[in-house]
Design a protein around this ligand. Structure first.
Ligand code: G6Q
Length: 523
């Protein structure tokens, strides 16, 4: 197990005297503790680490075969499994959905996955050309979880580059108001609907598709030329009679890791253009190569993973705040929250043993500077220390920045970002306890030039690999999500309960009856 290794003892010893940031911060430290790759610079001078800690964390990565497992993952080895128990038993090949550029990986599994993925990409390119003739006012992507969050985050991050006037809506929730709101905004005559569900059975997606089809019917519009599907071959949704076109994804691509597959590809290509999607894939693949390259600071996702493990397991901080100082990245905290918490929110290792250390982290976030005016009080002076992953961008996206009082808005944004990092790290001495900042609140920064598809692709893959590395090092299976099943099962029983109530039948369980009775006073 993780906690019996020698390197763990070394790290535990080092963690008893972590770097004191208020005294350690210096120009040299900031200049030294940075690393640039795939368009992104990682600056980690404001983490409570020194060279010895970094080297020992690298030793941990070596001992836990992190790089080897990353290579095996990208080659298609079966890594999504719990040995000796019923589990998904699949390879994890989301990287094959973009392995079309330099230094392609070769194995039977990776080659066949890449071939299949490339066929879909070619089909999509042809389809987008055909669609050029049609003027869509609205696109609705119906899908939830992994079939929504990643594509939505990417779309938002690149919307500034959108040339066509089409409006894009993401419909995920079973809340009736979600569909009602979108239906109020769209012109159905010129609306294209993309239903995205790998399984083709997800309640929210199937019911929302039905709801939108009903809306077409009530306006007497033939839905035939309006609906596309993205699903797995042979799923209940794989029905050509229902859709203008169907694009495929595969079982070895986990939902939350599927943003670069057709799950994101169709909506991004139709809204932003195929070229943008292609560049996104190129950026993601550049980070895939970085992730399997070496154990050193150049491997940005590995560095991010190790810094997180240092904070989580040795400095005992359970949370991580993800704060992009970029409006375009507003959807990233929600997407990375799913990636991180669904992947590593696990209590057992890959052999089925209970962990004797905590894995995963509580991830939340929002864009700066807005959140400086909301939850940053807690981050500066709260009783718990919350490490922060900042994201910064040097140039604005729209090219319409304005200089006022000697600084541009972008400079003001960056000034705030740097100020937060330094304030959290260095703190402030004061006689007045209310104005005392203890400092030693760790953070790191991912910085890039501008949000373009290449860099957004690289950022997306950075988080995918950071989280996979942490899972490899903790020894958990980051690629399943059994934890969501129990709630699903019970919600089906609750729905049966509602049916029984309406038809005055008796309930199968008094607890279900009592839950449904909670609504009585409001009906
Ligand atoms: C992600 C999960 C989950 C999944 C949704 C949608 O890794 O598997 O969030 O993406 O439940 O599933 P479908 O695509 O099958 O509808």
């Amino acid at each position: 197990m993780f906690s019996t290794s020698k390197v763990l003892k070394d790290l535990q010893k080092l963690s008893s005297t972590p770097v004191d940031l208020p005294s350690a911060m210096s120009k040299e430290r900031i200049e030294k503790m940075q690393s640039l790759n795939a368009g992104w610079k990682l600056s980690y001078a404001t983490e409570r680490v020194d060279e010895e800690v970094i080297q020992t964390l690298f030793q941990l990565a070596h001992d836990r075969n992190a790089l080897d497992l990353m290579q095996q993952m990208q080659l298609g080895k079966c890594l999504n499994q719990i040995e000796g128990f019923t589990s998904e038993k699949k390879s994890v090949l989301h990287t094959a959905t973009r392995d079309f550029f330099k230094d392609q990986l070769s194995s039977k599994e990776a080659d066949s996955a890449r071939r299949g993925a490339y066929e879909e990409v070619e089909k999509l390119e042809r389809f987008v050309q055909l669609m050029e003739e049609r003027e869509w006012s609205d696109i609705i992507q119906i899908g939830i979880g992994g079939s929504s969050l990643g594509p939505k985050a990417i779309y938002q991050s690149l919307r500034a580059h959108q040339k066509k006037p089409v409006r894009v809506h993401f419909l995920s929730n079973i809340d009736p108001d979600s569909a009602s709101k979108i239906l109020q905004e769209v012109h159905l005559e010129t609306t294209l609907v993309i239903s995205v569900s790998k399984s083709g059975t997800t309640l929210e997606t199937c019911q929302n598709e039905e709801r939108i089809r009903n809306a077409f019917a009530s306006e007497r519009i033939d839905p035939q030329g309006h609906f596309l599907a993205v699903t797995a071959k042979g799923s209940p949704m794989d029905n050509p009679a229902h859709y203008l076109a169907i694009f495929y994804i595969w079982d070895f691509i986990g939902g939350r890791f599927s943003a670069t597959s057709m799950v994101g590809g169709v909506v991004l290509s139709l809204a932003l253009g195929f070229d943008m999607y292609w560049k996104l894939l190129e950026g993601a693949q550049a980070m895939d190569r970085v992730a399997r390259s070496s154990v050193n600071p150049k491997n940005l996702p590995l560095m991010g993973a190790l810094l997180g493990i240092w904070n989580r397991n040795f400095l005992h901080h359970a949370s991580l705040a993800l704060i992009p100082y970029a409006e375009g990245l507003a959807g990233f905290p929600a997407h990375v929250q799913q990636l991180d918490m669904e992947s590593n929110g696990k209590q057992i290792d890959r052999q089925g043993n209970f962990l004797d250390f905590p894995a995963g982290e509580i991830l939340f976030g929002d864009v700066g500077t807005d959140c400086q005016h909301s939850f940053f009080q807690f981050l500066h002076q709260g009783c718990d220390i919350v490490p922060i992953a900042f994201i910064g961008v040097v140039k604005d996206q729209y090219g319409k920045d304005l200089e006022l009082e000697g600084t541009s808005f972008q400079e003001k944004l960056l000034a705030n970002l740097f100020a937060q990092m330094i304030a959290l790290a260095q703190g402030q001495k004061s006689e007045n306890p209310n104005q005392l900042f203890l400092g030693n609140r760790p953070s790191h920064l991912l910085l890039t030039e501008v949000l373009d598809p290449y860099r957004v692709g690289a950022l997306l893959a950075y988080f995918e690999h950071k989280i996979a590395f942490q899972g490899f090092i903790w020894g958990v299976n980051s690629f399943d999500q059994e934890g969501v099943q129990l709630g699903k099962k019970l919600s089906n029983q609750m729905m049966d309960g509602f049916r029984c109530k309406k038809s005055m039948q008796s309930f199968s369980s008094p607890i279900i009856e009592a839950c449904l009775d909670l609504t009585e006073d409001f009906l």
